[in-house]
Design a binder for this molecule. Sequence first.
Ligand code: TYM
Length: 333
Amino acid sequence: MEESKKVLYSAVQPTNNLTIGNYIGAIRNFLALQNDYNCYFAIANMHAITVRQTPAELRQRTLSLLALYLACGLNPEQTAIYVQSHVPAHAELCWVLNTFTYVGEMERMTQFKDKSLRHAENINMGLMDYPVLMAADILLYQTEVVPVGLDQRQHLEIARDIAQRFNNIYSPTFKVPEGLYVKVGAKINDLQDPSKKMSKSAENPNGSVFLSDDKDTVIRKFKRAVTDSGSEIKFDPENKAGVSNLLSIYTAFTGKTVEQAERDFAGIGYGDFKLAVGEAVADKLAPIQKEQAKLLTDKTYLDNVLRSGAERAAKAANKTLSKVYKKIGFYQL
Ligand code: TYM
């Protein structure tokens, strides 16, 4: 990794099955950017436990997400790929940043409010503290750029506020990060209800296409996708939410522009259009799934990637943490 490059940071939670929304809004862009930045990509298992997890599954999904990162093309020689809990500085900085974050700010977070409704039996402190841990993740690395989907924008704004607050009280300590959102696909919506975000934990499983879905399942889900009245295939998110969502997915998976896609589909019916989108997605997913399965058979290799990723991450993270401890007056040996 070249020190002179700007730092880019992002993370994904190893929860449930990842969707094509995670791929389009986040992972795909990690690939596009890994050459230009000094990158850190985490597997956010500490965020994951804010909702109750089955331990064996969490462990398995951690490796599975690592294999997916690699299968998609992230290069562990070039970027640090690691598990969040392997770098204790995340929890340590989170604690400090908690004292620079107001309860009221956290209560206003949309995702906290949503998740509190969905997990009313377990509104734990971690669920509320989630954005502060995310701020710690980002700020530890002197990150300048954070590629995420639009659902994370509010959390990123808070990370910026916390960084600025700390910098103002002491002296410049943290870089103030910028969110990076793709132009098309920063919010992929549910295939059954295009007014809602496609989510790993959707109530209707036909609304989410998982990265682990086989070809038949992918095609079936796209065939059933809700479109709109009318017959034109045009990108118009306000009036044609369903069709526009399908066009976003199609362009992300084929690399075509929206204009090209609209041209390709001129005069074609919704049924054939949905099938074409399904096929583009399935064709792209198949080799990724194959490579992911192959990587999962080599646990030694995967462990080595995580070990070296954590080492690299810890080195950078501890530098920032030690600066912070000094500024706030922690006695250091
Ligand atoms: P997570 O695991 O929910 O999602 C991972 C990434 O996928 C994006 N995403 C979407 N993009 C477009 N359309 C969708 N339907 C869609 N659904 C999800 C998310 O925006 C995200 O970029 N809190 C984060 C993980 C995290 C993190 C961080 C991210 C922890 N620490 C530090 C950046 C920096 C999360 O839960 O993502």
